[in-house]
Ligand binder design. Sequence first.
Ligand SMILES: Nc1ncnc2c1ncn2[C@@H]1O[C@H](COP(=O)(O)OP(=O)(O)OP(=O)(O)O)[C@@H](O)[C@H]1O
Length: 351
Amino acid sequence: MSAVMTLTKEIATEKENEKDALFRTSPVLEIKNLSISLYEDKGGEEHRLVKKLNLSIRPGEMLGLAGESGSGKSLTASAILGLLPKSLSVSEGQILIRGQDLLNLSEKEMGHLRGKEIAYIFQNYQDSFTPFIKIGRQLVEALRSHDKISKPEAKKQALLWLERVKLPAEQIFSSYPHQLSGGQLQRASLAAALMFEPVLIIADEPTTALDVLTGEKVLDLLAGLQKELNCAVLLVSHDLKHVLKRTDSMAVMYGGQIVEKGATKSLRENPRHPYTKLLLKARPILRYTALEKFAAIPGEPGLIAKEGCTFALRCPLSFEQCYMVPAMQPAGRFQWTACQAVDREKVDTNA
Ligand SMILES: Nc1ncnc2c1ncn2[C@@H]1O[C@H](COP(=O)(O)OP(=O)(O)OP(=O)(O)O)[C@@H](O)[C@H]1O
């Protein structure tokens, strides 16, 4: 074997070992059996919008939550932040941050955790700042509301963070939000989210409102700062491209249920659940010519089986058992699937 080949193999093994180590550390966020429900009225019929969801994220790990619109990604993110709409509630489960169940915290305690230990970046970055107050003042006030520091010290920290997100710090510090471009504003909201050095960042569709290049730059920045802070990131995105490119692990949701999860590389190279396979096939790939048709996912979006695997009604491979047992089962190293067909036959979505 040539020296170059040996070195390449050693680097690959080292990367695999790093990944193994990542998945073996204790999670920052652990969600156990989480269900989110809508009740028609008090004591009325319950509609489960998120069903018995389990996932965990470790320090330094970026987990992508993928799935079609309406699959329950944002509700999951909102539940972690304690920001579910009033009409909805967590009907069962636990959301643990470093072992502490957020669902047992008071509004005040949750408010303290949110924005400090758990940071969030949303698609509508315009809402991150109050329109008629300068960015600098807002950052200084936020810093001083969580930590007992002097104004000059807070200003120093705010300027430092604006620099860390690669903005002209002094200029942005004295600007009003409307004087910034969309990309600048999203970077400033990244600074606002990260300046407390959170253990978990929830990024819900952070690039949807930005053009492709600006969005990529924001995600580069997020990835770089995540490494520096060694924090966990939950990246919610309906854009599979971002999830496949950026994340260490991913969970695919359909109809409020995780149908498959695990290391992103494993799911990309060897998806086991028919929905994951179809989702991967349905994404636009540049090498296709304009005349080639993307594979479409059969059936109506939003058609959800009430029992068993939520995708069963649209699945080309479903059989009786799929309507009964939705249990996750191992489907490889660092990969779990809710598909009953995995052991039964080779899953072939061309069938
Ligand atoms: N306030 C609400 N009241 C009733 N139903 C809701 C409410 N918010 C969300 N839902 C429903 O819950 C389901 C999951 O919604 P959610 O916003 O989590 O989807 P999503 O996967 O984030 O979709 P998108 O990518 O479009 O944001 C959808 O069927 C949605 O209609």
